[in-house]
Design a protein around this ligand. Structure first.
Ligand code: TYM
Length: 327
């Protein structure tokens, strides 16, 4: 089974990225052939400062490795280091019906928020389909917000196969963890960089503490009983805690006498303990940028090998000449 997923370097990774996706990458790397990439071509639809983009890409690689991605097990690379993906995007674009893209929520949402809807944003799901189909991926671990894009990928692969041959493209499945498919942000809505409600994975403890303190809670007085499931602090704590720890905190909510400030402290301590090893690993990796670059280049080399094979198959299927190796 081949596993593949991508993550955009549009800013610092947050708890939603980790519990919705990165944690799955790490779990799956042990048993499956896996490809994970930093989606820098996708990020170009929003990050327009080259310096910022370069920094974000570097931070993304450090974060993924610090969180436990192991290059001996999983192939880690930059999306733009595999130019074959741009060609596959075009080939897929020629069979993509406009209505399929018009209904995609990322485009619809961004447009609704007044962001310029350029062709890159509109055709974003086609590039994502190419990312997935490029490596014959079977399984795509993602948070729930990306499921629609995997459906589009399946639609495109089916249409392509019906035109050019059944065995041409492999149909992928989304892999979503129920417990963390949609991690809430500091306002209780989906945690997302574009909503400004994220809690970063790596920042100074002081900053993380400050952001946790900002999590929106209701105005129930300290002494009154509270409903844990209705509280973003509790819902975030669940991600870090064992079932027993969750029951204990839930009981304290229901009993009354505990303020939200105390719940926030419990959440902060749980999060810091959970990520403590990753903080150390990241500090170490930061000192070794050349090693990190080597990992990315080695990953790209492996990814390109697979990409070339698939592209060759696709080019031939749709009537293009196969590319001579000397070109
Ligand atoms: P991106 O960069 O927005 O997010 C990366 C991953 O994090 C998940 N995620 C969440 N999961 C649960 N709760 C949240 N609040 C939350 N916020 C983010 C996302 O679902 C995602 O899995 N288009 C993709 C990147 C991409 C890709 C691909 C993914 C490009 N090509 C091919 C898979 C396969 C994106 O924007 O993810």
């Amino acid at each position: 089974m081949k596993v593949l997923s991508g993550i955009q370097p549009t800013g610092r990774f947050h708890w939603g990225n980790y519990f919705g996706a990165i944690r799955q990458y790490i779990e799956l790397q042990d048993n499956e052939q896996s490809f994970y990439f930093i989606a820098d071509l996708h990020a170009l639809t929003t990050v327009r400062d080259p310096k910022v983009l370069r920094q974000n890409i570097q931070d993304s690689a450090l974060d993924l490795l610090a969180l436990g991605l192991q290059p001996e097990k999983a192939t880690l690379f930059r999306q733009s280091d595999v130019p074959e993906v741009a060609e596959l995007t075009w080939l897929l674009m020629t069979i993509t019906q406009m209505h399929l893209l018009e209904k995609c929520h990322a485009y619809k949402d961004k447009k609704a928020r007044g962001l310029a809807a350029d062709a890159g944003l509109f055709t974003y799901p086609v590039l994502m389909a190419a990312d997935i189909l490029m490596y014959d991926s079977n399984v795509v671990p993602v948070g729930v917000d990306q499921v629609q894009h995997i459906e589009v990928t399946r639609d495109l692969a089916q249409r392509f196969n019906s035109l050019y041959g059944d065995d041409c493209l492999v149909l992928p499945e989304a892999h979503v963890l129920d417990s963390s498919a949609k991690v809430p942000g500091t306002d209780g809505e989906k945690m997302s960089k574009s909503y400004g409600n994220t809690i970063p994975l790596f920042d100074t403890p002081k900053k993380i503490r400050k952001i946790i303190n900002r999590i929106k809670t209701d105005s129930t007085p300290v002494e009154d009983p509270k409903t844990p499931e209705a509280c973003a602090v509790f819902n975030l704590y669940r991600l870090f805690a064992t079932p027993q720890q969750q029951d204990e905190l839930a009981a304290r909510y229901r009993a009354g006498g505990m303020g939200y400030g105390e719940a926030k402290t419990t959440l902060y301590e749980a999060a810091m303990a959970y990520f403590s090893e990753s903080f150390e690993k990241r500090a170490d990796l930061e000192q070794r940028p050349d090693d990190v670059e080597d990992i990315l280049l080695q990953g790209a080399k492996q990814a390109r090998q697979k990409a070339r094979d698939v592209l060759e198959r696709v080019r031939t299927a749709c009537g293009l000449k196969s590319l001579p190796p000397e070109l």
